[in-house]
Design a protein around this ligand. Sequence first.
Ligand code: C2E
Ligand code: CA
Ligand code: CA
Length: 552
Amino acid sequence: MLVVDDQEINRDVLGVILEDDYEVIYAENGREALSQIETHLEDLSLVMLDLIMPVMNGFEVLETMKSDERMREIPVIVLTAEKSAELKALQMGASDFITKPFDQHEVIVARVTRIIELNEGKHLISAAEHDKLTELYSRNFFFEYANRLYTYHPELHLDAVSLNIEQFHSINAINGREFGNEVLRIIGGEIRAFLAETEGIAGRFDGDRFAIYCVGQPDYGALHDRFQRKVDGISPNVSIRLRMGVKPYAEGMDPVTLFDCARTACNMVRGDYQHPVKIYNDEMRTRELLDRRLVNDLHTAVENRQLKVYFQPKYDIQCDPPRLSSAEALIRWVHPELGMISPGSFIPLLEGNGLISVVDNYVWEEAARQIAEWKKKYGMTLPVSVNLSRADVFGLGLVEKLKKLITDQGLEYRDLKLEVTESAYTDNAKLLMDVITALRELGFQIEMDDFGSGYSSLNMLSSMPIDVLKIDMKFIRNLEKSETDRRLVDLIIDIAKYLRVTVVAEGVETKEQLEFLKNEGCDLVQGYYFSRPVPPEEFEKLIVRELQTERR
Ligand code: C2E
Ligand code: CA
Ligand code: CA
């Protein structure tokens, strides 16, 4: 399906709503849309078309489509904010319309499905039974056969397994479509090999979603590993992760419902690399509904400024008294109905679907603006660190975007520090290094976040382009109790000294922890001991206090 809208946020929102069920491509204006339609004449099921756009508007697209024999049959849903435009669009041949701001996403999905089904009814006879790429069943046939198995062979007790590729869209974007197809082919091949050994059928739909309807397996972890191993063998430079959701056979539950649950379970894996297989339970449904709501509400949250940037200070503890040295910007979502939502419950969700960049860009802008404001007001520069997520680093145009922020606000590159979590370094090491190196060459400082939680080897660490090492909080939490953690922290600090990088401890809550870190030579400390993350007005009090201390 093709989504045409000049506003990025609209494309993103529709993408998130529809990407579960359809393969979605995008265009920013009418001209781009027509060229996308040209290239996808064979497999385009639907066009969702904004009417008012620069370069070429939606009416012109409709006109061209309806006068071109090859495009005439492709249904169009128009996206519009005005009643008057709806009627005109329908007269020009649009099949339906969706009003902006967008309705409940269930409504959108239902309208889209209905239009596609209506239109495909005409073509059903010619529809392919098999997906050409993987030789697995296409959606309609998969469910057709699954229903037959369910009805005529109830004794088989088949389980529903949903298999999915983490962030397939980025894999495609970074490595190209042909590479993405190769990944799909290889997974398809291994699923067929698996089915040759056991009873069951499989299909692929919506791009990277595989459905396997098979007799109960004793160990789904092992099955996942089997597919994962195949994928690991594709390229040493690209890390591809599979996630799996399982809904075991339940009496009286038809395949569609069963696969719905399996898919929900699969969605719950999201970024939890340690547990890539989840078995469905009812809480997942509740969680999924909440997740959908958050994704749905994000658009409004950005518009209505419900997202707030908080700041948490970092203190230099080798000074006496400790000196305020910098801060970390942390996002908060003040939801009008759900109250304050902590990033832990929406960041991983948004990381899974790429929307995180919307939030991150907002935080970076706010942070940069704030640094400039404080610089002007207090005559001192307080560097602020912002968090970068994988999607930012592996997405396009990061360097330019950050560069522009700095110039627009008249800052120095070292004023805005960038935190990248350790585990990102192991994902696509080569690409990450290139991006980070480019950022450092400009003058940005890079902090490796959550150090100790990932798997960087010492060997890798020495060649990594970083300026700061942030010790993972879990080591600090148990300092008093655990001799091992004390030794590890000691070791990490030594490594940092050896590498000549600054070392930061976060999550420091007690005087004892502080004393220990100070004695071991840790440079900076962040944590409730000094302050929780606070809104900017509050943070200013810390700046004022700092300035008074210095005068003494
Ligand atoms: P993080 O980057 O490791 O951030 C540190 C987290 O530890 C923050 O949680 C902070 O409030 C918390 N913390 C600080 N001091 C203490 C302490 O003494 N004790 C305890 N128990 N906790 C402490 P928060 O704000 O809930 O953020 C959680 C995570 O969400 C962050 O972990 C980061 O990974 C992510 N995050 C937050 N804001 C953003 C953002 O703007 N963009 C992205 N991509 N991720 C963000
Ligand atoms: Ca951080
Ligand atoms: Ca951290």
